[in-house]
Design a protein around this ligand. Structure first.
Ligand SMILES: Cc1cc2nc3c(=O)[nH]c(=O)nc-3n(C[C@H](O)[C@H](O)[C@H](O)COP(=O)(O)OP(=O)(O)OC[C@H]3O[C@@H](n4cnc5c(N)ncnc54)[C@H](O)[C@@H]3O)c2cc1C
Length: 479
């Protein structure tokens, strides 16, 4: 009888895991049944693309960085390559709002001074970075402290803090460098300097092209769910997972000795499974892990996921000239705005707004302003409208408005995150055929979540099909 794998969560990581598990089984000519259980009425999780009246609003991610082979293979296999659209050249222009106006970030220290982002002194400190002694003790360090140590406090304050807002909606003082920006940590470790490392790697590695899909980011989860040789159940919230006992539930045999019973809300009979992959948000996985291992559940629960509000405002053609051609703007914290930044969606990809109109997405909340979660939708809308019109000096009201809220949004990889994830991994490894993926663990970006899902899906399939995995091999060597 074919072994059965249940994946809890139909976001990109869970669907990538299901896809990769089935792919491995098919390549080996083995049978493997895979079921994805999704709490919501549709798949995609944070990736939700809403098309209405000529506007395409992303509730979550608006693009992903190319250059991840596992992700690119998924896109190709899901048949989405023709729909993939690279961001326009304008996306290379990024801005910071500080000292009362918008300033373009340019990869040239002298221009940073010219644009009013750094002082001459700050630029001088930046230029001595290659001569700053490398720290190689392997200890975790905050993103802000790392940047201040290597690049100077002005760069840390004026550039790295906004960058942490842009990627994590996070606080650079609390984020772990090793977990949140592992490539940056590797530059110091391997080259002794960020600047020397970047120069050494120039031409050898590419940071990838920012990409989306014609119908938005949800296209990929939708295509995987539709084209995957696995079952997807929507509106199927998993209430519990528990170890199967020999005598329990004889009506639904999956294989000779299933390990797990998966309890779906409203179902009379649990689903028996040989393997389970948890692919929910950290707090959602915590609820399922708690009866199995209290300490691991507490670790998952301790990963902060502050609220985010996304307000999309569409303006008529008259406003276009007020908004620079570019990716968007990050707003320094002490400038009198609550918005963390804006993305200029209609400058990035075609088809985000009706012809000639402009779509701005304002992001509010995150680790630096969790109180946004306590405001009503009306209050957040009012705030975003007032701040967006003030920022650009737009006088006409928006012609399209949409608000999307996520009560527990982007996981914060705070100091100690790497060790926390290692403890969670060790705890789950004590159970037969139980694993976890998702953007709360080993990479917060969409392409990282997809790639991690592929790794975890393949690893689980290999185990269920009796193939040796690298982890099993390491355990055997360790005795
Ligand atoms: C506002 C916002 C903007 C973002 N912008 C970007 C961006 O521009 N670029 C980028 O690369 N990344 C971005 N991200 C991150 C990106 O969205 C994530 O990396 C990715 O979508 C996470 O996918 P996931 O599958 O790990 O988690 P999720 O998308 O959260 O999926 C988890 C799924 O599990 C389901 N689930 C949970 N518990 C259960 C249960 N008990 N039973 C059944 N189902 C369950 C949930 O319903 C959900 O569908 C953004 C995120 C947010 C919130």
């Amino acid at each position: 009888m074919a072994p059965r794998l249940v994946v809890v969560g139909g976001g990109i990581s869970g669907l990538a895991a299901a896809w990769a598990a089935r792919r491995l089984a098919r390549e080996r000519g083995d049978a493997l049944e895979v079921i994805v259980l999704e709490r919501d009425a549709e798949v995609g999780g944070k990736a939700r693309s809403i098309e209405r009246d000529g506007w395409l609003v992303e509730a979550g991610p608006s693009g992903f960085l190319g250059g991840r082979p596992a992700m690119e293979r998924l896109v190709e296999e899901a048949g989405l390559s023709p729909d993939a659209i690279p961001a326009g050249v304008a996306s290379r222009r990024r801005f910071i709002y500080r000292a009362g106006r918008m300033r373009e970030i340019v990869p040239n220290p002298f221009a940073l001074v010219r644009h009013g982002i750094l002082s001459v002194r700050g630029m001088g400190r930046l230029l001595v970075e290659p001569f700053v002694r490398a720290r190689r003790d392997g200890g975790d360090e905050g993103v802000f402290d790392f940047a201040a140590r290597r690049l100077g406090s002005e760069v840390a304050d004026r550039m790295v803090r906004p960058m942490a807002l842009g990627i994590f909606a996070g606080d650079a003082r609390r984020l772990s460098l090793a977990a949140a920006f592992p490539r940056m940590a590797a530059l110091e470790r391997e080259h002794g300097s960020i600047i020397r490392g970047m120069m050494a790697r120039r031409g050898r590695t590419s940071s990838g092209t920012l990409t989306s899909f014609r119908h938005g980011m949800q296209s990929l989860p939708l295509a995987l769910a539709q084209g995957g040789a696995f079952t997807v159940r929507r509106n199927a919230r998993v209430e519990a997972i528990r170890r199967a006992t020999a005598s329990s539930m004889p009506t639904q045999p999956a294989s000779a000795s299933p390990s797990w019973e998966v309890v779906v809300e409203g179902d009379g009979i649990p689903i028996r499974a040989d393997g389970v992959i948890l692919a929910g948000e950290p707090w959602a996985m915590a609820a399922l892990v708690r009866p199995l291992d209290h300490a691991a559940a507490a670790e998952l629960e301790a990963i902060p996921c502050p609220p985010i509000a996304v307000v999309a405002l569409g303006f008529a053609p008259g406003a276009t000239e007020r908004i620079p051609a570019g990716f968007g703007v990050l707003i320094a914290r002490d400038e009198g705005f609550r918005m963390l930044g804006n993305l200029w969606e209609s400058h990035l990809y075609p088809g985000r707004s009706p012809e000639g109109h402009v779509l701005v997405r304002a992001i509010l909340g995150g680790a630096v302003d969790p109180d946004i979660g306590a405001l009503s939708d009306d209050a957040v809308l009012q705030l975003a409208r007032e701040e967006v019109t003030r920022l650009y000096g737009i006088t006409d009201p928006p012609v399209h408005v949409r608000i999307e809220r996520v009560a527990r949004a982007i996981p914060q990889y705070v100091l100690g995150h790497g060790e926390r994830v290692a403890r969670i991994e060790r705890a789950l490894a004590c159970f037969p055929h139980l694993d976890a993926t998702g953007f709360g663990l080993r990479g917060v970006a969409f392409a990282d979540a997809a790639s991690d899902g592929v790794t975890v899906g393949e690893r689980m399939a290999a185990r269920l099909l009796g193939m040796p995995t690298s982890i099993d091999a390491a355990a055997a060597i360790a005795g």
